[in-house]
Write a protein that binds this ligand. Structure first.
Ligand code: AMP
Ligand code: ZN
Length: 461
């Protein structure tokens, strides 16, 4: 069955035609590891995961690469501002390497909790400095870059076209819409490939241009090419990466080898909070642990993201998370009912559902439609092991752990809540009512109510 993806490059839903059917090659821009990853970031990584699982569902093998930006990049997406990693290192009084290791670990743990598969290659920028230097040298040799007293810049005027992803027009920019702070730059849109380090800059490396460090965009071009070749199938990221980071990756690749690095560019829309942007720099982020600490299964969040297309904005609310938890419980209970059933379902009926699910995911990852098929199977009154098996197949894409039994209370209530409830029981036994009330408030803050019973207590979400 054909797969269709909305391609930012062509601005249309394109039929997926692999460059090499033996193995699909995909690159995803990874996190900048100077702060916790938000559930907004996680929406994009769940999208990546659905893409790779859909590709595998269609019988392909995949080689997926994700970078870890551990050299930081500047505070704004342009070249100005303080380096994010260094800012965080200064604030936390740790070395940039310690910061990066710490946040990378947390990030990978969150991915695992969300059943996001680890890409075949996870590569750190700091371990690819030599590859990046070679890439910059190639751009200089090919006449697409120039050196100033502060940096090596990419000369966008050397390209026949710049701005194909986002539709930026260089002529409009030349009219002066943007303040250009570096007088040595030839064009306002020229961006830094490599930056000469000031004496107090911490992360810097020996290079043909003295002690210096990479610009933000070069790592993805260098690592993408190293692991996937000059041109690969799919490149992904959040929508914010289109106008600067991905545009510049395309520019670099055209300068180095004359090719657009990927055939299909897939971008995920933003997760919003209260209708507005959720971002690290605005400091209004929720983390996955904020969800799990309230007693929700982390996969509740994964299911929540299936409620809309990855191409539309999604607004986060606690009511929606609560509804997703209830839905997840129902899905798992429904799965168990099928597992215990013996109805002899006709193969045609199974095939009909399978086909509808397959069409939905292949149609630009239409998860709301795919979920409606899942619900139809769950709600089918004829309980059958064959349906459970079909749901197992769907779950290779959904990754909601549908076969998990969740009607077990201990499964759902986090240890922390149980510990507080036990402490409260002791306080009550000792008739320490004020402590008991304080603990009840703490339990409430974690999203649980506690009711005393003859045998102790009952916890409810
Ligand atoms: P960062 O670590 O900030 O470089 O972001 C990692 C990934 O998350 C990038 O692909 C971003 O485009 C994406 N991203 C950042 N904020 C959001 C958000 N609120 N919703 C969805 N994706 C996001
Ligand atoms: Zn990137």
């Amino acid at each position: 069955m054909d797969i269709y993806f909305f391609n930012t490059l062509t601005k249309s839903k394109d039929k997926f035609e692999p460059l090499n059917k033996e193995e699909i090659r995909m690159y995803s821009c990874g996190p900048t590891v100077y702060k916790d990853a938000s559930i907004g970031n996680m929406r994009t990584y769940i999208m990546n995961d659905i893409i790779r699982r859909t590709i595998k569902y269609n019988g392909y093998k995949i080689k997926h690469v994700m970078n870890i930006t551990d050299v930081g990049h500047l505070v704004s997406d342009a070249d100005e501002g303080e380096d994010k990693m260094l800012k965080s290192a200064r604030e936390m009084q740790k070395s940039p390497y310690e910061i990066a290791t710490y946040y990378t670990k947390l990030f990978m743990e969150d991915l695992a909790k969300l059943n996001v598969e680890t890409p075949e290659v996870v590569c750190k920028a700091t371990e690819h400095i030599e590859d990046m230097i070679k890439y910059v040298q190639k751009l200089l040799e090919n006449g697409y870059a120039y050196e100033t007293s502060t940096a090596i810049y990419f000369d966008v005027s050397k390209l026949d076209e710049y701005g194909i992803l986002s539709g930026i027009k260089l002529e409009d920019q030349k009219a002066g819409a943007r303040v250009d702070i570096d007088q040595e730059k030839r064009n306002p849109y020229d961006f830094a490939l490599w930056i000469k380090a000031k004496p107090n800059h911490i992360m810097k490396w020996e290079s043909p241009w003295g002690l210096s460090y990479p610009g933000w965009h070069i790592e993805c071009s260098a690592m993408g090419q190293k692991y996937l070749g000059e041109q690969f199938d799919i490149h992904t990221g959040g929508i914010d990466l289109i106008p600067t980071h991905h545009e510049n990756e395309i520019a670099q690749s055209k300068g180095a080898c004359g090719k657009i690095p990927a055939k299909y560019w897939i971008h995920g829309e933003y997760l919003l909070i209260n209708g507005g942007k959720m971002s690290k720099s605005l400091n209004n982020v929720y983390l996955l642990k904020d969800i799990t600490q309230k007693g929700y299964d982390p996969l509740t969040y994964r299911l929540f993201t299936f409620s809309s297309s990855y191409r539309t904005k999604l607004n986060f609310t606690w009511e929606a998370i609560d509804a997703s938890q209830k839905a997840l419980d129902k899905l798992r209970a429904g799965y168990q009912k099928h597992l215990e059933g013996d109805f002899d379902v006709q193969e045609e009926e199974i095939a009909k559902y399978e086909d509808a699910f397959h069409k939905a995911i292949n149609d630009d990852l239409n998860m709301p439609l795919a979920m409606s098929v899942v619900w139809d199977v769950i709600k089918n009154p004829n309980k059958s092991k064959k349906f459970a098996k079909l749901l197992d197949k769907f779950d290779t894409v959904l990754a909601l752990s549908l076969n998990k039994k969740s009607n077990n209370k201990a499964d759902k209530i986090p240890d922390e809540v149980i510990r507080l409830a036990e402490e409260r029981k002791i306080a009550r036994d000792n008739k320490n009512w004020s402590e008991s009330d304080r603990l009840r408030d703490e339990i409430l803050a974690l999203g649980y109510s506690i009711k005393d019973s003859k045998d102790g207590y009952e916890l409810h979400r």
